[in-house]
Design a protein. Sequence first.
Length: 319
Amino acid sequence: MTEVREITIVVKWSGKEYPITDLTDQDTVAVLRHEIFKMTQVRPERQKLLNLKYKGKPAEDNLKLGNLELKPNFKLMMVGSTEADIEDACQRPDDIGEVIDDLEDNDEEESLQNSAIYLAKIQKRIKDYTITELNPPRPDKHLLVLDIDYTLFDHRSSAESGAELMRPYLHEFLTCAYEHYDIVIWSATGMRWIEEKMKLLGVSSHPAYKIMFYLDSHAMISVHTPDRGVIDVKPLGVIWGLYPQYSAANTIMFDDIRRNFLMNPRSGLRIRPFRQAHLNRSTDKELLKLSKYLKDIAINCKDFSKLNHRKWEHYDPRK
Ligand SMILES: [Mg+2]
């Protein structure tokens, strides 16, 4: 008789980790899905298990876990929504993100930018955070910093392939932007998760553009704001400290959550979130329109800090 070996798999889903301990190498992928459902309430048919592969293909439900030769405490990346979330999302008005995340023009923004404690935190990141450059910066380029979730990718909807979750025109957008901008991806998740997603979307290997580097949650800093409590933000100073050729004059950052650029409010453009990919795939033209904006300002504007990205749709190069 074969010896039964216990297996622990850590499921990463929606920013949290769920250790699944009640498994052996004789259990099938279907059993694993069932266990995941018990932990997360994401139904088995809605679970997309991104890195569970057998011979290069997604592992079938009847395959035994022992055949997958997983490392101890293997981290399994999952995308999927609970029934409650799906119901919720269907009733959610489109602009709720705006209500929650929008910041008014006020002094808080400016004071945070220059507060010594945050500058010290940024200095610490500059010193301690290791950037793995995938491609070198190019002379005389601007800098574009992009969020992933809901900016380039709908990470909550279920789908069969990365292409279905990808925001429309993503590759066209990046190809066009690359002409004038060095491109950085910055997501509030972990680096392995970012790498998986970029691979899934075909961004990491696209022939028409290159990504300079990825930044993950460890490059972010926590700030305490009077109105919002403690939040994590993406300070561009971390990049500017390491790459002095970029500054507020030539950097723009896209995120669907405005508070992520609380440290650099003038450099941030809040993009409309891309949610419910299955419903909005045929109508979402945000990236197409933003390609034009990026090109227009790169050619016509010498100092990006003079721009008001809240009005990007009305930008007129002649004014
Ligand atoms: Mg996002």
